[in-house]
Design a protein around this ligand. Sequence first.
Ligand SMILES: C[S@@+](CC[C@H](N)C(=O)[O-])C[C@H]1O[C@@H](n2cnc3c(N)ncnc32)[C@H](O)[C@@H]1O
Length: 201
Amino acid sequence: MTYNPQIPAWGEQYLEKNKEKLVKYHEWLSITGIKTGLISPKTDQYIWDEIIVHSLYFYKIIEDLGLKKANIFDIGTGGGIPGIPISIVSKKKVTLIDNKKSRIFELDRLIKILEMQELFAEERNAIEILNHEENVVFTLRCYLSTSNLIKEVTKTLKKNTYLVSSNEKNKPKINEKFHVKQEKFLINNNDYRFIDVITSM
Ligand SMILES: C[S@@+](CC[C@H](N)C(=O)[O-])C[C@H]1O[C@@H](n2cnc3c(N)ncnc32)[C@H](O)[C@@H]1O
């Protein structure tokens, strides 16, 4: 199947420098990822636009916020989404977290295939990590909603940045302990997606 490995203007710099590895990850997702149930069957173009391009915008936010040096934890990572594209472009430490052993097994194999030195996969409970780490960036795609995330971390209230995939209808609510801002971005010529940027105050 052919597809167009496009990226909107905001991401051209990321794709130019890292195309080979991003394409390799795309190929792994579309074959092994589907075969091992890490993602459900999807077209090659869908995997590129909705997974690779979408994931790269998480890193754009990290750069825009000046958080390039922070440790990144991708919580409920599944097939390494968005943590693997983030790690490919950032070359900084990224830890993929999932509580399912079979997913971590496949991700460990992929880390070797891609020869990623700063990428780690750990079988752990996301909730524990969310309430333990401080001064880190957490990324969450299709795992917890913003309101459920806030419910989980509100008791321990650590100083962190949380980037959560969202949608337009799910407008962030005012919260006295957290600042929530929604980012809207293109994943191709026509389709917009949303990420909530949550910081503890
Ligand atoms: C809907 S999938 C999303 C996967 C990926 N982030 C994506 O965007 O495709 C949610 C993932 O969270 C994992 N998960 C669910 N509960 C968890 C927990 N308590 N701790 C760690 N991972 C968890 C599941 O095993 C699954 O891989």
